[in-house]
Ligand binder design. Sequence first.
Ligand SMILES: [Zn+2]
Ligand SMILES: [Zn+2]
Length: 557
Amino acid sequence: MTNEAIAENFSLLSKLMDIHGDNSFKAKSYSSAAFTIDKLPVELSTLPADKIFAQRGIGESTGKRILEQLETGRLALLDEYIQKTPAGILEMLHIKGLGPKKIATIWKELEIETLGELLYACNENRLMLYKGFGEKTQHNIRESIEFYFGSLGSYLYQQMESLAINATKKLREHFPDNSFLPTGAYRKQDEIVEILQWVTTCPIDSITNFLEAQQFEIITKTDDYLTVKSKENVSLGFYCCSEQHLYQKLFDTSCSEAFLNAWKNRFNWNPEQYYKQEEAIFEAAGIPFIPPYLREDPTIIDKAVAKRLPRVIQESDIRGIIHSHSKWSDGSNTLEEMANAAIEKGLEYLVISDHSQSAFYASGLDIDRVYAQHQQIDELNSKLGNFRIYKSIESDILNDGSLDYPDEVLAEFDLVIASIHSNLKMQEDKAMMRLINAIENPYTSILGHMTGRLLLSRNGYPVNHAKIIDACVANDVVIELNAHPRRLDIDWRWIDKAVEKGVLISINPDAHSIEGYDDCRFGVLVAQKAGLTKENNLSSFSKEAFEAFLVQQHSKR
Ligand SMILES: [Zn+2]
Ligand SMILES: [Zn+2]
């Protein structure tokens, strides 16, 4: 074993001991041993045992552990620590700006065990509440985590979007005589994009030369397909074809495999056929244009044949903000700022739903503060004209599935959003017990982020979607489509099944700042994939229709 490897082991051991809050004296001695060994002019493996113990800065117990490593290649104590540390906590050591002390706070006090959860906590301003974490630290941690995730190679749609737009612009500028049409997952508005792809008439060697000069690494190159990787680890792919095949290739690469197979079985598919536009492919088949975002489940073809394609929701159909946080709990803007920003966006109402009392980490509202907030809402409503703020709460669903206040307090809210935030590690039966109890509570109007998933970071707890949907129908509960680009929860693949049964969906931004309102768009993009219409989306209701909805909800109480 080299000195470097031994020093690394000691250094990691001392960090892990600090994270676990164990013997800080020993942890210090291991870290100084690491420092000393790293600087030694001779390799320890070349020295006899007594010479090792004679080195300055190496004591009895570190000396023994050096011998152990030289003999066995391992450091048993370190292995023990690695064993009892969650993988996500070990990963945090890769994040610039996160030392053992901060990691210990994150793990033991915030109860966060993965980087994805930590990133989300930064977005919710949760770190700032703890000793040693200011706004600037939180910001730096967020940036380092994003960088680290980027290095793993998969991205949220939202992270890829501006890149796709800029890259398309640059390519078209550089090759003005060639077409560059975005395709693939990005064109389908998938929630996760692994590779940005284009269909192009540009010769493959020309693009290759251009991208190589821009420091892209060539990954694969065939006669007609090229993939490259950027310095930031973003993958780009190019389908190169003739003008003649351009739109067929575009169609071909912007639908799911199941859709494409069904299409080829149903309609004549001549690979040599020339189409002037993608629309012409649909005209030739005698059916209306199916947008790429809907080319997932092949049953959409039947709907197109029957001329029953859904008129999917648009961003402009959002008329109110439902589910948002203010400075009363963990948001970054005051209630008044949140209201004014919604007014400026031309929206008709704001449902303010700060965290409930059990969410101590998010400064959840105790009963007195609930009433104080209601007073402020009344005052603001009296001066905001037609615009209206509704009193809501994002109530934690407690361990037994009950909500977070007694009934007489719940009765004071215009509506209650029920979400699970604590004890996320559970089996399906436990999760279902909590969720179903919450859905059956007559004060629950909306079920928040159903599975608790964080895309690319944390799987949600396991749930039985069909049973939840049935319970929501039976209890007249709306299912949220949380529009945060890392959540997008309920998964869009379940939305049409819910709507068919009669469930109302609500595209909610879960905004923790004014900027958070813009996330509605990402909810709309995946809702389009599900064929959701504005009629089936609560946040598209006019203020009048929304109030009628509230009256109906209150009749449950
Ligand atoms: Zn929440
Ligand atoms: Zn929330």
